[in-house]
Design a protein around this ligand. Structure first.
Ligand code: MOS
Length: 737
């Protein structure tokens, strides 16, 4: 029926402009904190200034009597609230303000509501707290920390690693460290809650409106049907909006108490302790290879930090289990429970850290046996999923390697260290392979055709800046044979059909497959309508013999036998015809367990001034297999953005925690380093994948694969230029002098 391969239709794949661009540049796009309600009042949070211990006393009397203040809620006055439910991404963060215990710096210990945001913030500064501190656990290697062993059950072992190392001609080994990073979407995360009885309307900076709805229903004991969560635009996410955080619960709580709509906008420093972060890691990796270039053993152990009473999915070593056709591999992950703010998925969680160790060590092994690092990767290419022994749903990594190398000019690389120069600059070429496990979550969508010939398609997803509005508009236009301008795709409202999180690189596929089914079902509906219609050239047509184009349905066997949608609706007196679609993940697919993934090869040229320790990234070529690409332009933007994130991870970002107090020492955009334009070089992106066979839409994901591998490629280029193997992110000047 509506196959995407039909000739003459080129809407999908084309790099059209974002459909929401005019709204964004004219201020017509309303972000959560842009909304306002009559009688709306404002909230501010008080955060703990110790990392561990308990509150001895909290005195809110001055705050309570400050100008404009309606209420101050603390653990002494907050009602008992249950913790939010388990989600497919893990547990909800602990319920806020339930007792006097302090588990991390910045923990919300009071919420103040006042007539204005300024009054609320001022009053928050008047809340007096006395603490009984205890010693905080802050170091991921603290021997006193509780260790969670194999927390996700993803540890792996195959072959005989000791025998593998015994067989190896060279063994390389290193200890790699990655710091805490903070997601830092530009838009300060905001919540507005407005109650009417047991019903509440919530505007929230979420990547998953249905999760907010389900969580608020469970926490406040009200029916989901009365909760509406709106997020038509959010100011970025990077994973910070995947969970329903304490500030969202507290805003809803405060609004229920004061019987006014309440708005809360986190401050930038609060963003560093309230909405997750990439947890730091220490990784030990050992690789054995033969002189002929066979990887014979890989051992990768990782430990990362996790908050008290929380979980976070961060299997940093598991990339080593699936990346190469090496017969003997052990991977093992642990987490250390610390007095830190809850971490969360941030921009290629787990792979972002683990790939840095693995792909640096592969480079080191290649150097040790005197083989080109690209050649070593190709020789040990995993044709099948190495753990499951099954073919990948699709894998074009070999093409990524070869086409990326060609585009980059890898053959111009002279292998000797320091052998490439440009005046006083040492030049380094480095590369890395990358993968990101792909999975698709269940999703629903609804598609309608209207009497005026337009289509309306919707699902409760979010567009965190990735292009979801645009790509799904294109996709629906193609499936219904309509001009883009005749199709509206809408999202960001929990009253729409269920959509999963915009995260894990899975939303495009989940949505596309749901929309595909909805549009197919819509065509069936139309055929049902004309089944016995004497006036229709489509009377009695079977779905297999019908396709769409130019706003009409027609027979494939006789293209002139067809009619416009508008004629069908008008003749039958219908204003609108609608159909639902749902997509389910391919069999057995869940995180880390399926032979599905996005792949990439990253090639980087850097320059180093050896006298000054200056590092400059000059060029990056990313060759990506993300399956079918629905919009070349927005997909390229995703990879470019991910690459900037990778450069940032490699050279700039580190959330610094004060050792004594657990205080975040650099919680502003002035102190937390990120690349500016001058740090970001020419970037080229090429897509090498083909439609994935696992689903109708043929898509995989391009959300996270852009970041993975960039840090290792930069580190490998540094080694090529200088002979130094840097194993600690970010690569700061002191490491280069
Ligand atoms: Mo992404 S870290 O899954 O929002």
């Amino acid at each position: 029926m509506t196959t995407l391969e039909s000739p003459g239709r080129t809407v999908v794949g084309e790099g059209i402009e974002r459909v929401d661009a005019p709204l964004k540049v004219t201020g017509g796009a309303h972000y959560p904190n842009d909304f306002s309600y009559p009688g709306m009042v404002h909230a501010a949070l008080v955060g703990s200034t110790i990392a561990a211990g308990r509150i001895r006393s909290i005195d809110a009397s001055d705050a309570q009597s400050a100008p404009g203040v309606l209420t101050v809620i603390t653990h002494l006055t907050a009602p008992q609230l249950p913790r939010g439910p388990m989600t497919q991404l893990g547990s909800s963060p602990p319920a806020p303000m339930q007792d006097d215990r302090i588990l991390h710096y910045g923990q919300h210990i009071a919420i103040v509501v006042a007539d204005s945001a300024e009054q609320a913030r001022h009053a928050a500064s008047l809340v007096r707290v006395e603490y009984e501190p205890t010693e905080a656990l802050l170091d991921v290697e603290d021997p006193n920390a509780e260790i969670l062993d194999n927390p996700w059950g993803l540890d792996s072992e195959r072959g005989d690693v000791s025998a593998g190392f015994a067989e190896a001609d060279v063994v390389v080994e290193g200890r790699y460290t990655t710091p805490d990073n903070t997601n830092n979407p530009l838009g300060l995360m905001s919540t507005i809650a407005s109650w009417h009885g047991d019903s509440v309307t919530v505007h929230d900076s979420t990547q998953w409106p249905h999760n907010v709805r389900t969580t608020l229903a469970a926490v406040f004991g009200v029916p989901e049907s009365g909760i509406r969560v709106l997020a038509p635009f959010v100011g970025g996410g990077f994973g910070a909006g995947l969970r329903v955080w304490s500030h969202v619960i507290l805003t809803a709580l405060a609004a229920r108490e004061v019987r006014h709509p309440v708005k809360l906008v986190l401050t930038r420093p609060q963003m560093f302790t309230s909405v997750g972060h990439r947890p730091n890691s220490v990784q030990q990796i050992r690789i054995g290879a033969t002189r002929a270039g066979n990887l014979v053993a890989i051992e990768h152990h990782g430990i990362s930090s996790v908050a008290m009473e929380d979980d976070d999915f961060e299997p940093v070593s598991s990339c080593s289990a699936v990346s190469y056709a090496c017969p003997n591999v052990v991977t093992r992950d642990r987490q250390a429970r610390l007095n830190i703010p809850c971490p969360g998925s941030m921009r290629a969680p787990a792979e972002g850290q683990g790939n840095f160790a693995l792909e640096s060590a592969i480079d080191e092994a290649a150097h040790a046996i005197g083989m080109d690092p690209l050649e070593l990767r190709l020789r040990n290419y995993a044709e099948d999923h190495p753990l499951l022994g099954l073919p990948w749903s699709s894998k074009a990594l070999r093409d990524c390697y070869t086409q990326g190398a060609e585009r980059f000019g890898w053959s111009r690389r002279t292998p000797d260290i320091g052998s490439m120069r440009d005046g006083r600059w040492l030049v380094g070429y480095g590369m890395a392979g990358a993968s990101y496990p792909f999975y698709q979550a269940p999703c629903q969508a609804r598609a309608s055709l209207r009497r005026d010939g337009s289509a309306y398609v919707r699902s409760a997803a979010t567009d965190i800046g990735t292009g979801t509005y645009t790509v799904m508009t294109q996709f629906a236009a193609e499936l219904l044979g309509l001009e883009i301008s005749r199709v509206r795709f809408d999202l960001g409202d929990s009253d729409m059909p269920y959509a999963p999180q915009a995260g894990g690189s899975g939303l495009t596929s989940a949505l596309a497959n749901a929309i595909h089914t909805a549009c197919d079902n819509l065509v069936h509906e139309l055929l049902d309508i004309v089944r016995d219609d004497d006036k229709s050239p489509l009377r009695g047509a079977s779905a297999d013999d019908v396709t769409v184009g130019e706003g009409r349905l027609h027979r494939i066997s006789a293209p002139d036998q067809g009619e416009p949608y508008t004629d069908i609706l008008a003749r039958h007196g219908l204003e609108e015809v609608s159909a639902d679609g749902r997509s389910t993940p391919p069999d057995g697919q869940q995180i880390g367990m399926a032979p599905s993934g996005a792949f990439g090869a990253k090639f980087v040229e850097i320059r180093i001034d050896p006298g000054l320790g200056l590092l400059r990234v000059r060029r990056v070529v990313s060759a990506i297999d993300g399956g079918r690409i629905l919009n070349e332009k927005t997909a390229t933007s995703q990879i470019v953005g991910g690459t900037v994130g990778g450069i940032s991870q490699a050279m700039f970002e580190a959330t610094e925690t004060d050792e004594g107090t657990g205080r975040i020492a650099n919680p502003t955009f002035g102190d937390y380093l990120m690349p500016v334009n001058a740090d970001v070089p020419d970037m080229e992106v090429i897509f090498c994948g083909t439609p994935d066979r696992a689903t109708k839409a043929g898509t995989k994901g391009v959300g996270e694969i852009g970041l993975v591998g960039v840090a290792a490629a930069i580190g490998n280029a540094i080694h090529h230029a200088t002979g130094r193997r840097l194993r600690s992110l970010p690569f700061t000047i002191d490491q280069l002098l």
